[in-house]
Write a protein that binds this ligand. Sequence first.
Ligand code: PEP
Ligand code: MG
Length: 883
Amino acid sequence: MTKYVYDFDEGDAGMKKLLGGKGSNLAEMTRLGLPVPPGFTITTEACNHYTAHGEYPPGLQEEIDEHLRRLEERMGKKLGDKRDPLLVSVRSGAAISMPGMMDTVLNLGLNDESVKGLAEQTGDERFAYDAYRRFIQMFADIVMGVERSLFEERISKRKEQRGVTQDVELTADDWKELVEEFKAIVREKAGRDFPSDPREQLDLAIRAVFRSWNNPRAITYRKQYDIPDDLGTAVNVQTMVFGNKGEDSATGVCFTRDPSTGEKRRFGEYLVNAQGEDVVAGIRTPNSLDRLAEEMPELYEQLTQVMDKLEKHYRDMQDIEFTIEQKKLYMLQTRTGKRTAAAALKIAVDMVEEGLITKEEAVARVQPDQLDQLLHPRLDPDAQYDVIARGLPASPGAAVGEVVFDADTAEVRGSRGEKVILVRWETTPDDIHGIIAAQGVLTSHGGMTSHAAVVARGMGKPCICGAEAIKINQAERIFEVNGLVVREGDTITIDGTSGKVILGEVKLIEPKVDVNLEKILSWASEIRRLGVRTNADTPEDAKRARDFGAEGIGLCRIEHMLIGEDRLPIVRRMILAETEEAREEALMELEPLLRRDFERILEIMDGLPVTIRLLDPPLHEFLPNLVDLRVELERLKHVPGEREEYEAKERLLARVRAESEANPMLGLRGCRVGCTMGGVTEAQVRAIIKAACDLKKQGKDPRVEIMVPLVAFRKELEIEREKIIRVAEGVKEAMEVDLDYLVGTMIELPRAALTADQIGEIADFFSFGTNDLTQTTLGFSRDDAEAKFLPVYLEEGILTDNPFQTLDLEGVGKLVRMACELSREVNPKIKLGICGEHGGDPRSIRFCHEVGLDYVSCSPFRVPVAILAAAHAALGDVQDATK
Ligand code: PEP
Ligand code: MG
C-alpha cells in the first residue's frame, strides 16, 4: 500500500520530491530538535492522483484520520473541541518553491462552538473571534470561491462606523457581529452554509490546496521558471501557533544573509501582534529584525541561534518564517532563500572563503540566466533628476517606462514591445503576468519580503516597494505624490537599487563586472571545457567582450562594417556596377576602410582568435528601398529642372528592380556572392590579411580565421578557399610577413551538415550558424515567424520553446551532432564552434558541451552567462540550488 501521509518526525530534507520543500524542511527541522509545531504532510503523489482522478487515492482518507488522531493525542486537544480546540493550518508546498502561488488556510477547526472554547482557553474573546473571522474569510475565498473583497468591505465599513482606522481597534463584539455577517455572505454567494464540521473543513481545504496546483497564477509561474507541471503540491497540516496573541507575540520572516546584497548580516522583518500572512502580504509595513533585539532580546538571541544552526546545516542562505506566541519561539518554515544575482555571487564566494562549500558548489549555485541582472543598467551618476518619492530598494537595477496601473495592461503593452512600469498599491500573485511583461515594479505598500519584492528579485527586475508617499487612484488611472499628478502613460524611472522614483526618463548606464563575478567566472573557467568567444563587429563590442572574459571573436560580420554613411554609397556602387572595372574601383575604395577596422579589432583581441566572416546578407539589404525609390521618382517627375537627377534615379530603379528577389534569404547571398561576383572575396581578404600583417610588423600577435558563409556544396568552399589562400599568400609575400591563418566555413544549411564529411576535409574549422540552420531546417522565416505564428505555436504547445532562442535539439541539434561526427571522422583536428544566437543560451550551451564543440560564441553581454553555463554543463546535472 502506498504511504501518502508522513508525520513531521517521519521525513527529512531528502524527501523534497514527495513531501514538497516546506514539508521536507519542516521534517528536517523537527529532526534537528528545533521548535516546530507538530503536524503531518500529505504527499505530492496524493495530489497527482487527485489531479488525475478528481478524488483521493484509496486509503488516503483513513491515513489522514490516523495521523490526525495521533496529532490530537500528542497535543492533548481535539479538532473542533468545545472546550479546548486544536486549530491547524493547511498549506501547500511543492518540491520547487513557488512563493504565494498556491493556497493556504489558517485557523482551521473553528466553528460557533469551538470559538467559545478558544475564547475561554485564551481568556481573550477578541482574539478568538478575530481568528474565527480570518478563518471564514480565507476558507470562503480559497475553498468556496467567495470574493475576498466582500469581507474586506465589511471590515472597512465597520471601522468607519466605529470611527477607527486599524483592525486592532475593533472589539470582540465587532468581530462577533462580523462573523455573522461573513456567514451570511457565504450563504448568499456560495449557496450553502459555512461548513461547521471541522473534519469536513479539513477535507475541503486539502482538496482546495490540491486544486490550487492548477490555478492560473501557478501555471503562469511554472511556465516562467520552467517548472514541470506534473510535480504536484504536498499539503501540510500543522498545529496553529499565534503571533497575534498580544504584545508578547509576533510573526516574521528572516534571511540568514541579505538577499539583495548577499552581505553576511541577518536580515528580516516582523510584526508584533500579527498573524503569519500579514508580513508576507504586506498588509502593514513591518519592523526590521534589528528592532527585535531591543523589543524581545531573549527571543532575538534564540532566533539568531536557530538561524545560524540552519544555515550551517543546509550550507546555504536560508529564508525562515517564525512565530512568537506569548514569548515562545516557533519555526514554521525554512528554505533556501531566493536572492538577487549580486547576492548569489557574494554568498557563493563568501561561503567558499568561509570553508562552508566548495568552488564547484559555488559555481553551481549561481544560475547563468541570473547573471543577466548584473548586466542590467543603472542610473547615470551624472544625470540630473527630480526624485518624487522613495521606497524600499526591493530589487536592484534601474528601469524606465510608462506608468500602467494593472497587470493586464502591462501584459498587453509589454508584449507589443513597449516599456512599462507596473505601479500597484501592492502586487498579488495574480499580477504575475504583468510583472513578467513590465520593465520594473513600483508599489506604494509592503516590505522587502512582500510578494512584489520576492517575485521581482527572482526575475531580476528592478522593484521598489512601500513608496508610501504615492497615492494611487486606480479608477482615474493616476497617482498623486506631494501634489504632483502622474497619469497612466507618463514616463517614470525607478531605481530598485536605491529606492528612488523619478519623474521622466533618466539616462541609464551599463554595468561592469564586480569582484565576486570575476571570482565565480574564474572558478567556472577552471571547470568548463567549452571555450567562450563573442560575436562582435565593432572595437567597442570586442573590448567589452574581452573584459567580460571572451576568449576571442567567433563571428565578426563584415556587413556591419559596410553600413556607415561613408561606406554605404561605395557598397552600392560595388553592387550595382555594370562593368568589372567599376566594381573593382569601388572595392579598392572600400579596402583601406575595412583594413583599418580589422586592425583595431585584431589589436583588441591580440593573441586570441578572431573569426572574420566574408560578406553574407542578401545584397538588397544595402540598396535603397524599391517603394521609396518609386515615390521619389514620382516627386521628381513634377519638379522642373531635375531632369538629370530624374534619369539617374530611373536607372537606379531599374538596377534595384533587377537585383530584387522573391526570397532574398534563399537568394544571392553568402558564398554565392563570392562565387559569382569577381573581386568581392579578394578585396575583403586583402583588407583582413593586410591588417594582420600590419599588426605583425608592430610585434603583435593577430590570429585570423577567415570564414565563408552559407556553404552548401564542397565545391563552393573549394573555390573560395583557393581564392583566399592565393590572395593571402600574395599579400604576405608583398609585405614580407609570416602569418598563420585558418580558413573555415559556416555550417548553416542542412545540406552542409549532411555532407560535413566532404566539406570537413577542406575546412580548418566549422562554425554552426544556427540562426540560418534553424530557419532552413524548420522552414521558418527568422524575420517573420516570431511576429506571426510562433506565439500561437508556443501557446498551443506545438513547440515548447522558441527555436530561435533555444536550439531545437531533435531537429537542428541532430544535424549539428551529425556534422560534428562526420567532419571529425575525416578531419580529427577540425575546430568546431557555434555562432548563432543559441551560443548564449544556457540550455543550448549544455548541448554544445555534450556534442563536443570546442567553443560557443555569443553577444558580449552574454559572455559571462555562457562561461557559467559552460561550467554548469561540465558539472553535469547541476540542480538549481536556489529553487
Ligand atoms: C547564423 O545564421 O546563425 C549566423 C550566425 O549568421 P547570421 O545570423 O549573420 O545569418
Ligand atoms: Mg547565417
